[in-house]
Structures are given as C-alpha cells and as structure tokens.
Ligand binder design. Sequence first.
Ligand SMILES: Cc1ncc(COP(=O)(O)O)c(C=O)c1O
Length: 394
Amino acid sequence: MAASIIYLDNSATTALLPGVAAVADRMLADNYGNPSSLHGLGVNAEKALAAARRQVANLIGARPGEIFFTSGGTEANNTAVWGISRARRRQGKHIITTAIEHPSLLAACRRLEAEGYEVTCLPVDACGIIRLSDLEAALRDDTILVSVMSVNNELGSLQPLAAVARLVHTKSRAALHVDHIQGYGKIPLQCSATGIDLMSLSSHKIHGPKGAGALYVKEGLRLEPLLVGGDQEGGLRAGTENTAGIAAFGLAAALAAAEMAARAERLRQIKMALVAGLLQAISGARINGPDPEAAAPHIVNISFPGIRAEVLVHMLEQRGIYVSTGSACHSRRQDSSHVLQALHLERWRLEGAIRISLGALNRLEEVEPAVTAFKECIRELWTLSGYSEPVPLK
Ligand SMILES: Cc1ncc(COP(=O)(O)O)c(C=O)c1O
C-alpha cells in the first residue's frame, strides 16, 4: 500500500473516527454485559444501547422507541421489505420500488416475487430521478409498500421524497420505506415530518463500525420479524445486540448530527473542485447522472473515454488513490451496474465509469494530487491502447 493514501471510496465504507473506535473498544473490554441480563453488567449494556438509540433517532427526528438495531443496512432493507409485505399480505401483494435501488432492496423484492407478490420497478430519467407521474400511475388499491431511496449510492441522485410521501399517502394505503443509508448524516431528512414510515440506516457509511445498522419503524406500524428466537429489539429482531458496534454507531450519529451542515458544505466544495479539475484535465470526460451541484454532496460518477474503469481503479491504487467502479457490490463483477444501465448510457460510459465518494476525513488539499493522478494514469492508458485524444465521443 502507498505511504499516504487519498481515500475517495466512502460510499463503500468509511474509516472509523478516533473517538468512535474508542467507544467500541471500551464496550468490548469493560461494558461487555448482555443487555438482556438482569444484573448490573446487563443494565450497563442496556444503558449504552438506549443512549445509542437516542443518538441514532435524533438525526432523523424519530423517537428512540422507533429505532430497531440490525446488523447493517442490508438487514434493515430486507426486514422492511419482507416484514411489511408479510404483515400486509391479506391487504395486497403489490410493491413499488425503483430501478436504481441497492441490491439488498431489489433482491428482497425478487424473493417476494417468487412468493406471488408483484413488484413494479419505476424507471429513472437521465439524472437518476424517478418521475412522480410514473409513481402515481403505478399506485394501486393493493399496493402495500413503496420503497424509494433518498440518495443513490452510485450517482448521488436525490429523490423528491416529500412529494413521493404526499402522493403515496393521498393515493394509497401503502407504507413508504426509504433506504437512507447514503443520505444519513449527509442531507437533512426528518422521517415523521416528511411522512416516511420506514427508514434504513447503516453505521459504516458514517464513520461508525461495520455490522451495525438500524431500521426506523413509525410507531404503530406492524412488521413480521425476519429473525425470530428472542425478544430483543421489541421482538422485531431476535438475537443479542452487537453492543460495541451499536454504541459506536451512536457516537458516529451524534458527531454527524453536530457537524452535518459544515461537513456537507466541505464535501460539496471538495467534490466541485474535483469535478472541475477532472473535466478540465481529461478531454471527453462526462458526468453520469445528476448535475453535481444538484446531487448529494459526497458522490459523483464520471466516465472517461477510451479506458476500462477497473484498470484505472488499479492504476490509481498504485498511486495511493482509492476509488470505485460503481457500488462496491458490483465492482467485483464483470457486468456493468444496473444503476448505470437504468440511465441508458452509451457503452463507453458504462465501461469507463468511476465513482468518487467523499467522507468527513477528506480535505481540499487532496484534490490537486488526485486530479494529477487521474490525468497521468488516463494518459498512460490512452498511450498504451493507441487511443487518440481528444475524440468527441457521444
Ligand atoms: C444505498 C445502500 N443501501 C444499502 C446498503 C447496504 O448496507 P450495509 O453495507 O450496511 O449492509 C448500502 C451499502 O453500500 C447502500 O449504499
């Protein structure tokens, strides 16, 4: 590994903030009780869980009792989709989601399809945003769940959630689930004020540890549990809680809440400087999805002509620059991402797409060396492949 690195893959995962790691350490070493135990060690662990529940809830305007801890975002998404669909199966079997959701959401829907549920996947426009008219047309009397993500993990596109919520609640009896895993701590979103019934969160995208996440469930909403065999988390999620991970998640959420506006402003500045630098340095480069100014502050997806993204990722790594070809889940597979495909991009843009994603630890001073590394690597690849620049690619 290069001596100093520039980590630009924060949508895959983030580094722990120092204080956050210390909380996890203390829980593992000292506060190791089982929160279900009646004795003092158990009570102390339960107190740590309760504090984390307040911290996680606070960032989305929820009540602590509406937060159910899970093993991460994937489990939160699976629980939301499966839990509501099973609980409402006598009311209907129609689910609406979007073509650009995370695989943990889409795969849960696919599994339900095999059980006789019907899933409508809304398309997106060239900016990676759904059309409200499509949603309105898709809503039916038997729609039991609408699931729309807040921030797309590959493009940074933002969905019009307030309008989505209004439509869902005026035109149907469906519950509204939001995968807020990429938006949590980056954009302000209050669940009850917005009309969101279920919301998925994950610790490791906000500088907390992996293996902890949460599902917000609006008070009174009934879900069937995915995991059974214990009455932890109000019976919605059986199994002894990951107390160290959850306590650290709580602190990461509290830090994100305290710094959200300042962090978002800094991330946007860094992102816009990177975008300007890359578009200027590399002729033919094109942004995929939304205008970066109108997107989430920390994600941009950009295609470079005449290169294969996975080759560029490895070359950049040699120089200590860490980026991704798409979502981490896709980056080991050969096919291009379903998100980019949903934008109907030309082949060269699918093949040459790089996701750059920022976190709280990135600095403006990283922009210049990162742009230089991109420029040099791409020129080297162009020379090797005989690609002649500039070629006006469409
Ligand atoms: C939008 C989105 N949803 C869900 C997940 C899954 O979260 P986790 O890694 O915590 O299981 C991710 C992770 O990349 C994501 O970006």
